[in-house]
Design a protein around this ligand. Structure first.
Ligand code: CA
Length: 223
């Protein structure tokens, strides 16, 4: 992961950098709140470790400004004072978790891993191909004004095909993405689900959007 560490105490900053680098992460340091905010805004980090007490701009303000700008990078706050109001304030303004100084490095790593696993919450972008729309936020699928009810698997397949609309998605890729690498899914299972999906998406009288590319995979496009 690429981690931004915003910490003004040199010793603590060095300790964090060294420890995180030993774990295989790459670290960028900022020594005050304004620099930290500017860096977080200009580069997509995987996670931010953010001290509360900072010169320039305090940690709470940094979080508030990032979240107001819809930056959803996971943030772990470092607080020197084990004061409940501090912690509550940090979480209220949009931090993901906190660690109280002094802390064991293993604890910081575990918390950081947990918040970054949750990952940034992406702004869902509705997908559209011809008059077929899929809204990832509501999981609503529409063909024109007709609402389409899909099972989880059908939805996953359609979402993937729509994300790559116009391109052929190989069979193996569809299987791995929808059922996972470990799943033992036979090729004809994929075909069966595509058939179900087709029955719902491409009904009689409508242009066929789900195309079979023999021996390769499937493609969603206007014919
Ligand atoms: Ca500090």
């Amino acid at each position: 992961m690429q981690v931004l560490v915003v910490e003004d105490e040199q010793r603590m900053a060095d300790l964090l950098r060294q420890g995180l680098e030993e774990e295989g992460h790459s670290v960028v340091l900022a020594a005050d709140g304004r620099d930290g905010l500017a860096m977080a805004e200009s580069h997509p980090f995987d996670a931010i470790v953010l001290d509360v007490m900072l010169p320039g701009l305090d940690g709470f303000s940094v979080v508030r400004k990032l979240r107001a700008a819809r930056n959803q990078t996971p943030i772990l706050m470092l607080t020197a004072r084990d004061a409940t109001p501090d912690i509550v304030q940090g979480l209220n303004v949009g931090a993901d978790d906190y660690v109280v100084k002094p802390f064991a490095f293993a604890v910081l790593l575990a918390r950081l891993r947990a918040v970054s696993r949750r990952g940034p919450i992406p702004e869902p972008v509705p997908l559209q191909v011809a008059n077929l729309t899929l809204n990832p936020a509501s999981r609503e699928v529409m063909r024109g004004r007709r609402r389409i009810g899909l099972t989880r698997t059908e939805y996953s397949l359609l979402e993937l095909l729509m994300k790559r609309a116009g391109r052929v998605v190989p069979r193996e890729h569809l299987i791995e993405s929808v059922w996972g690498f470990d799943a033992e899914v036979r090729s004809n299972t994929l075909d069966a689900f595509i058939r179900l999906l087709r029955d719902k998406v491409d009904t009689v009288g409508e242009a066929k959007l789900i195309q079979t590319v023999r021996g390769v995979g499937y493609c969603l496009r206007e014919s």
